[in-house]
Design a protein around this ligand. Sequence first.
Ligand code: ATP
Ligand code: MG
Length: 408
Amino acid sequence: MKLAFLRLDPQAARENLAMQIAVPEYALNILDRLESHGFEAFVVGGCVRDSLLGVTPGDWDVCTAATPEEMRACFSGMRVIETGLKHGTLTVRSGGQNVEVTTYRLDGPYLDHRRPESVRFVRALEMDLMRRDFTVNAMAYSPKRGLVDRFGGQEDLARRLIRCVGEPRERFEEDALRLLRALRFAARFGFDIESGTALALREKASLMAAVAAERIFAEWKKLVTAPASRQILTEYADLFARWMPGLDTSRAAMLGYWDLLPARSDLRTALLCRDPEALCAFLKTDGTFKKRVARLWECEGEPLPDSPVMVLRFLAACGEDTFSDRLDLARARGEDADMCLGHLHTAQQQGRVWRVRDMAVTGSDLTSLGFSGPALGGALNALLEAVMKGQVPNEKEALLAAAQCMKK
Ligand code: ATP
Ligand code: MG
């Protein structure tokens, strides 16, 4: 099976391809610079894949026969950042954009299933494409030289398949992060994983232990928010559970509303947790992510607050972020989020507040009345509760009067 344009005559095919892979000016400029110095150059990887899928690429990566030293001469007068010189990568500023330009390279032997011990710069594009993970990610294009697709990337795009370049077992052995990348791309595009690749993925699953938590977390965030995440999380639930302690992906299958959830990784992660603390510690997540996961996990099973005072108590206990997460969840589940928001508006219209700092009296007002120590804090909380319930208006005089009564 081939994509439609392959059946066209060569000239029409070229034009069709150029239309599909519309390399932006700032990246063309880089290809031209390299070519005018006698070095082959292509856009490569994700941008070619996305263009052929009709998706606008996020960024345009370039690969070239020029070594980093040779590149530098080509880019004189342009801003160049030495991002990964050892691996042959320079970041070049062009038309206000950053473009990563990498020398064709072969990866040397891999250490610990994570990274190559060394890389070797080469002059042949084919070798560079060979080191790439999946056939759909191993295509290169240049308006001058056309599309280079040595591993059947177009065919796999048409068949909607993620397939390793070369022998899948070896490719996963080299770099175990590819296990998760295969699942991430399948989830993103709604592709199947080709049977040989899927078999190797299961066989080599234990290699994930070698991958750094930060890299797992980065892939996980992309995977869990991808359009076809539900299928992948369900189909490979056992692997995720093995890889990530504290996770219970079997829930994704039960969550009929999964696809209606906002594409937010913290919110979605919370719904797949068995033990949020263990999971976040394992993934070394940032504190904000951890807090949001833990709080939503705690309240997701509770009914929505169904009165003004319940809404205010929820806000007092969990804060605005978790309230907003809980409403997002309610909308996906078909719960009455509008009614809940209505209760909040009612409370606000009545001037009710849920934070001590928003009250019309302060600690020093109560000190003047003779409160001190724990009694002061207790009085403030009791006043807040009375305000939340609508028993006392949030006005200074009324609150001071109520405080006086508490003293008796
Ligand atoms: P995205 O749109 O998510 O950035 P991408 O395909 O650009 O997708 P990147 O992680 O940015 O993915 O990597 C760029 C390219 O580098 C890939 O398309 C692939 O060719 C190659 N690549 C990246 N990571 C690996 C890896 N671990 N093993 C082999 N090739 C890789
Ligand atoms: Mg990319």
